[in-house]
Design a protein around this ligand. Sequence first.
Ligand code: 13P
Ligand code: 13P
Ligand code: MG
Ligand code: MG
Length: 369
Amino acid sequence: MSKITFSIIKADVGGYPGHSRVHDDLMDVAEKELADSDVLEDHYVTHCGDDLELLMTHREGEDSEKIHSLAWDTFQEATEKAKELGLYGAGQDILSDAFSGNIRGMGPGIAEMEFTARKAEPVVAFLMDKTEPGAFNYPIFKMFADPFNTAGLVIDPSLHIGFRFEIWDIKKDKKIMMETPEEIYDMLALLGAKGRFVIKKVYPKEESKLPADEPVAAVSTEKLYQVAGEYVGKDDPVAVVRSQSGLPALGEVLEPFAHPYLVSGWMRGSHNGPIMPVAEKDSQCTRFDGPPRVMALGTQLKDGGFDQPADLFDDPAFDTVREESANVADYMRRHGPFEPHRLPLEEMEYTTLPSVMDELEDRFEEVED
Ligand code: 13P
Ligand code: 13P
Ligand code: MG
Ligand code: MG
């Protein structure tokens, strides 16, 4: 049985209106491009807020030129449509004019993993808007390493041995492999600093029943402002997670989102706010361009294909979380321009704030002790 690759590639190529959501015509353009392609096993097009999301299965492996150029061409076509419709920020995340074999570093976000599909293979695609790649540190850690979240870590012998995490230092372009449960304290020292250290992938350990070299979770780690060298938008991240039979159960994969934890990236990419788990129909960012949203689309792979994804947060079981998130949003908003609602100065260096500081520079006088 050949391996399957699940790829999510996404970009903001124009919002309607403002940065709130994607126009239906852009999704139609993307649907047509992917439907016409013969390299895909299957696909699903959707949006999270103003991000156009391409979910694809194929046999081409990770970093495939064919798949990346298909996504690139799709975003180019959608950008043309966005310009035609006068959408906001048409082509926002498309940072380069020429495709050179791989879409990484060109603006779009990518989460992809190649693996041998099991007889029954549940996969969940998580899509976020108005936040950054480090927003996945908290939920992915909880799914695969926190026994208070994942009961299987305690009571299922096949999970009891723990997992292997690939963690990237996105400021220094370095990575480290760490294992749970042995190293969780050291790991959390890194992962709590979510603007710098991000989980890229999770793997089974050597002694696991699952192949140790095939990922069980993958997260997009592209930081747009580091790619572009200037502030251009907010690298809203995506992730793909496999579940059940030696991995966290579906409900253990969703459970971290029962807490509306704080993430960075709300309004102008410059504010902290609570994440809100929402149904596909509610994935629009309205309140102060937020609050940051997360969607969960679940599928079972079959011969490389998949059926209409299940909209997993479209569920009254998450109503109280949404209410709590809205309450936390109110609380945070009352801080206006004050930290910790607004991000600290170091993280605002790609906004217009430095020019305010430059203009005031000459008016600062020494203070006599
Ligand atoms: P599996 O071991 O088949 O994943 O079952 C665990 C489960 O889903 C219980 O909730
Ligand atoms: P996006 O990164 O989703 O385009 O949002 C930009 C922003 O900061 C809106 O307030
Ligand atoms: Mg936008
Ligand atoms: Mg966005």
